[in-house]
Design a protein around this ligand. Structure first.
Ligand code: NDP
Length: 521
């Protein structure tokens, strides 16, 4: 670079003040890769909460962004009887508040077909309706069946689809068929592998997309880019330099209107078996030789296989469980879990868990990973925090009386999608005083283009047949094998209630979870 005054000012703004992400390289929108093929998306559970709150806005926003194929057919399917027009009105109210300038075009792709999950006749009618739409709108035989339905219907619906001939792909390569399965994938190892067996009766593994929308968050994907596209961090990413890793996914919301589901699952099944394990795998995995779905999944599975088994009993050392009591969120009083509508007033379901996990391999030997997640905590936030080791010897000890603070690298996922590195500097002045400062990169920095949200990204990946952000069967089963002894120990112990520590809503969880903190540097 030529250091004229003008260039120098630009250099100070861009590099030193960090106002652009790089040296004048334009930031491009990277919304989709390659052409997006026409397709029909059948949403089972089209009248449910997930469709209304997440899928409908995601599909419409993809349409608004201009990335949807020209021949797009969306068929809502649920128990209720409804006309196409009524379904369109329903979806319209679900996207209320969004830019409605392209609504009429989108509405033309929406259709409805009532389906009873236990009626073969229903699925034959669906098949017939799809054939008619195929003829009229030409989505080229490509189909996605999205199971946004209660988990107890996953297996039956996939069997019904298979029996109606709807899982068959055409022989000439056109007309692919994919099935999207929402979480939870079973409630233990047995039910998960039974579900996998049933899915595999009619669908091949490459047709199955087990969704974990957490994985589709931009910054979650950025963990891989950060680790493996930058040469300076990977040499430090091991037991020699890292003291401990903390992964926290805190929610300030309570159980809301999902008490029935939550009473069956609790925090371990709701957050740990899926999202927390994925964040752990992305942080701990080895670099795959290529960024290809199977290569990435292979490396994640190796991490799951290396997890140190929990002690068969007395898991108190490695696990703290809690349940929220009444408290205050944003200055407003809120009820405790047991007082929430639909919750058993004597429920012993945990809404908080703090877990200490070890990855027993060469890279991570002896490094604790602290996983913490809970509902009704002080703030909604998700982050991965890498605590580096302290400097082995401090030449400032005589002056400061202590070893300098260790460096901390934070990979923020929510609310701030960021990378932040703390390091020590000297305070200005004659006296030697150290202070910790932070170097921040905000993910949206210098980028004003469109960003796909997690469900939008997951839907788009499914249309494009990209499995990178979805669970593979072996990963699901390995995680259940890891967590199952812990679940058994917690759920089958003589007095489950005694394991449970109550914490006020709006706090950071039970005080006992601080035992993890005392071990932190
Ligand atoms: P809801 O209970 O709100 O919706 C269930 C849907 O399934 C409704 O459309 C209902 O149709 C339909 N349905 C139920 N029984 C039958 C039947 N016998 N025949 C035909 N249709 C039937 O569930 P959610 O939307 O909350 O959840 C759906 C799935 O998504 C679940 O597996 C859940 O775990 C998962 N999920 C949900 C999230 C959320 O935020 N809601 C987040 C992550 C995952 P009808 O109304 O006509 O009876």
């Amino acid at each position: 670079m030529n250091f004229s005054r003008e260039n120098l000012d630009k250099y100070i703004d861009t590099v030193i003040k960090g106002q652009t992400s790089d040296l004048n390289v334009p930031v491009e929108a990277c919304l989709v890769e390659g052409p997006v093929e026409p397709c029909t998306i059948v949403i089972f559970g089209a009248t449910g909460d997930l469709t209304t709150r997440k899928l409908a806005p995601a599909l419409y926003n993809l349409y608004l962004t201009g990335v949807m194929p020209d021949s797009l057919v969306i068929v809502g399917a649920a128990r209720s009887e409804m006309t196409h027009i009524q379904f369109r009105e329903r979806i319209k109210s679900a996207v209320n508040g969004m830019d409605m300038s392209k609504w009429d075009g989108f509405a033309k792709s929406l259709y409805y077909q009532a389906v009873q999950f236990n009626s073969a006749d229903s699925f034959n009618k669906l098949s017939k309706a799809l054939k008619t739409l195929e003829k009229d709108l030409n989505p080229k035989g490509n189909k996605i069946f999205y199971l946004a339905i209660p988990p107890s219907f996953y297996a039956r619906t996939s069997e019904m689809l298979g029996n109606a001939g709807l899982s068959l792909e055409s022989q000439n390569g056109n007309g692919w068929v994919r099935i999207v399965v929402e979480k939870p994938f079973g409630r233990d190892l047995k039910t998960a592998s039974d579900l996998n067996k049933t899915l595999h009766k009619h669908f091949k593994e490459e047709q199955i997309f087990r969704i974990d929308h957490y994985l589709a968050k931009e910054t979650v994907q950025n963990v891989l880019i950060f680790r493996f596209a930058n040469a300076i961090f990977e040499p430090l990413w091991n037991r020699m330099f890292i003291d401990n890793v903390q992964i926290i996914a805190a929610e300030s919301l309570g159980v809301e209107n999902r008490a029935e589901y939550y009473e069956e699952s609790g925090v371990l099944r709701d957050m740990f078996q899926n999202h927390m394990m994925q964040l752990l795998a992305l942080t701990a995995m080895e670099p795959p030789s290529l960024l290809q779905p199977d290569f990435v999944q292979d490396e994640k599975s190796k991490v799951f296989r290396s997890l140190r088994p929990f002690p068969a009993h007395d898991s108190e050392e490695v696990l703290v469980l809690g349940q929220y009591a009444s408290g205050t969120i944003n200055g407003e009083p809120v009820a405790g879990y047991r007082q929430e509508p639909g919750v058993n007033p004597e429920s012993v379901i945990p809404t908080f868990a703090g877990m200490k996990v070890f990855v027993d391999n060469w890279r991570w030997h002896g490094v604790p990973f602290y996983l913490v997640s809970g509902k009704r905590l002080a703030k909604k936030m998700t982050e991965i925090v890498i605590h580096f080791k302290k400097a082995p010897h401090s030449m400032f000890q005589g002056i400061l009386g202590e070893v300098a603070t260790a460096n901390v690298l934070t990979l923020g996922i929510y609310p701030d999608e960021k990378v932040s590195l703390s390091f020590e500097t000297k305070n200005p002045g004659a006296k030697v005083c150290l202070r910790s400062v932070r170097m921040d990169f905000n993910y949206r920095q210098d980028y004003a283009g469109p960003v796909l949200d997690a469900y939008e990204k997951a839907i788009m990946d499914c249309i494009q047949g990209d499995h990178m952000l979805f669970w593979r069967q072996d990963g699901v089963e390995l995680c259940w094998s890891f967590l199952e002894p812990l679940l058994e120990d917690c759920e089958n112990c003589a007095d489950r209630g005694k394991r449970l520590l109550f914490y006020p809503a709006g706090s950071w969880g039970p005080e006992a979870a601080n035992i993890f903190k005392s071990e932190r540097s």
